[in-house]
Design a protein around this ligand. Structure first.
Ligand SMILES: [Ca+2]
Ligand SMILES: [Ca+2]
Length: 218
């Protein structure tokens, strides 16, 4: 949904500093967040474990060159990822907390919360690079490991997920995103889920086994 001129007046510029472990010297590294746009109805706010869908452009702070643009990758689909679990660089996990759908931010991430001294991708991101991202968030939904998702998958409410329940859930998820997949993909994902999560090998994934992100609600 593109915002139009009428909502442009809602444009505001705030600067929030997070990661506030200030040291005495001036080198304390933190993520700088500028909020470029907040929709009138700003909810739900993102939190750890949520599934986010966002577009972002990445620039090198040193010379302003663009090293990444989600709009030119994956046929221009916004990126999906789970917030706060290390699927993106640490700085982005911090920068995208407490953000609502439609919100836009420009964030500056120090190297220690990005690719550090090593850099990344054969020098595409040089060592010790400060990165700037412009982010537009589209959706915030309950992550794959939320209590809500568990309850939804657990159709007979016995507090454990059977192979049939997960298979049913996967089929629904696949239909939802509409991508064409071979039937074997379904089976191999299902097998993988059990391999990684069914720690005691009883053929069910218990609430405890499912809860890899340590939600405290379960
Ligand atoms: Ca069940
Ligand atoms: Ca089990």
């Amino acid at each position: 949904m593109k915002e139009n001129a009428a909502t442009a007046e809602a444009f505001c510029l705030l600067t929030i500093h997070t990661h506030g472990q200030k040291k005495d010297d001036a080198t304390a590294e933190e993520v700088k967040i500028e909020v470029l746009h907040v929709p009138k109805e700003c909810k739900p706010k993102s939190k750890k474990g949520d599934m986010l869908n966002a577009h972002y452009d990445g620039y090198l702070a040193a010379d302003g060159s663009k090293f990444y643009c989600s709009r030119t990758q994956n046929e221009g689909h916004p990126k999906w990822f789970v917030l706060g679990v290390g699927q993106v660089i640490k700085g982005l996990d911090i920068a995208m907390m407490n953000m609502c759908p439609g919100e836009k931010r420009k964030v500056t991430i120090p190297p220690s919360l990005a690719y550090g001294l090593q850099g990344y991708a054969q020098g595409k991101i040089p060592p010790n690079a400060t990165l700037i991202f412009e982010i537009e968030l589209y959706t915030v939904s309950k992550g794959p490991r939320s209590v809500e998702a568990f309850t939804q998958i657990d159709m007979d409410s016995d507090k454990k997920l059977s192979r049939d329940e997960l298979s049913h859930y996967l089929k629904q998820e696949f239909e939802r995103d509409g991508k064409k997949r071979d039937a074997s993909v379904h089976d191999s994902i299902l097998a993988d889920i059990f391999k990684k999560n069914d720690h005691d090998g009883d053929g069910f994934i218990s609430a405890k086994e499912y809860n890899v992100y340590q939600h405290d609600e379960l």
